[in-house]
Design a protein around this ligand. Sequence first.
Ligand code: DCB
Length: 515
Amino acid sequence: MKRYDLMTKTLPWVLILSMVLIILPGCGKTPPEQIIATPPSEVSPTPSGTPEATPDATPEPDSPTPEPVPTVVELNGQLRVEGSQLVNEAGQPIQLRGVSSSEVASFGYLVTYEMLKSMRDDWNLNVFRIAMYTEDATGYVRNPRVMEIVTGIIDHCIDLGIYVIMDWHILYDNTPLKYKDHAVEFFSEISALYGEHPNIIYEICNEPNGRDTTWEGHIKPYADEVIPAIRKNDPDNIIIVGTPTWSQDVDIAADDPLPYDNVMYAFHFYAGSHGQSLRDKMEYALSKGLPIFVSEWGSCLNTGDGPTFHEESMEWIKYLDERMISHVNWSFSVKPEGASILRAKVNTKAPLRDIDLTEGGLFAKYAIKGKKDTVLFADGFETKTFYHGKWKRSNESTTYETENPYKGDYAASIGRDGFLERAVSTVPYENLKLHLAYAFDGGKPGDIVKIDWFNGTEYIPVTELPFADGWTELDVELPDSASGVRDFSVRITAAVTDEGTRVLVDEVWLAADKK
Ligand code: DCB
């Protein structure tokens, strides 16, 4: 690992770990004020801020450069399709997980080297998709200068050693035949430029749609021209082909697949709109041996908006992970819509932090990271909506604070005996952990923040957080009985003496392990 990486990786941990306290779950009456600072075991006892000196701290002119960590593309090389499975150069099954840009001419500026590197290193992202619209005002057909943005992002992905999907994002143009000649021109150019790199994956028609657009009559004839054009320059990289009905009808493609090697078929879903009946289509296609690539999925509605559908998304991701099917989340955007991964303000030149992510963005991160843990909800209160009514408030005295938020511009502010409560089913989860930052505006020793959970019938005390100066960030573990509860909710109450005292809350999330 390079010296630079060591510092950027360990330093934040020293800071975070010295800040995070674990409060053990309490049993009803006895206040469980057992606060344990977790010793960061893997971190050296050097005072924070002073990185431990290592022999290579002062590089000598002729000292050997340390071995860099191999990238995903270095490790896996040339991808290919075997049966219905994507495999690496060695023939081992591989699953790509990543995110898609939004409309790249408008939102490509967000896709910097730093953002991609953050997601590669912190999210384990191994693929990025570039959604280049075709017919749109800013699309390739009318705005060929979009090429500059596109090639810039491809170059970043190559430098970072991740795979990159070049998506010809047809949408309102319905049938890919409409701009077939442009597509042939575009993919000829891209494959000539990048075909030698194992990084590149071609997605030749995002989502064919419309009643009149068929597999046999439109998509196959289109593929029969675009695929040979690519193969002239690039004999082997993966090509993804869209399927009818917004890339949902993989069953139709499965009955009549294309005759080329290393071709996969796009399947897209939005968890708020699509469920079991679409999984049935996929199941059928897989049973026929069709190689499927989920080059776009959303945790929201198929409009790109709406809330995060955690349970439904989880079911999809679990299904895909079990089958090693690659998936790419829609989308890396700041647009005010449910699909956007990023909150409005993000510094694209600095490492990406969890605080920069929306609720859906955090969900996507964990879906990509592939760890067992996930978040059931998360809120930094930046939307000023109490998440569109998902939080229940005691009354109007529970509001916003802008003077002293923990992070971002807003914190929630709870008046005396007021509360904030969030309901979410904990049915497929275990090991629930509530994360929050709290502070007192006013107050005195003896004032507390009460945490309770609701089991469908009654509120059960979890813990009482003591009065403290400044912000405290901590994790509160919930008892095992709180897992698997359909009508679960968690309540944060300001139990304070003086009428003017307020409890500020920020950065609240409920994390859990998937069962
Ligand atoms: C797909 C498109 C994608 C679209 C998302 C969400 O469309 F590939 O372009 O993105 O899924 O709808 C949304 C964005 C907006 C963007 C707008 C384009 O989130 O920021 O401005 O599209 O105008 C789908 C997917 C599924 C279905 C319908 C659409 N469906 N669709 O199942 O009916 O109509 O766009």
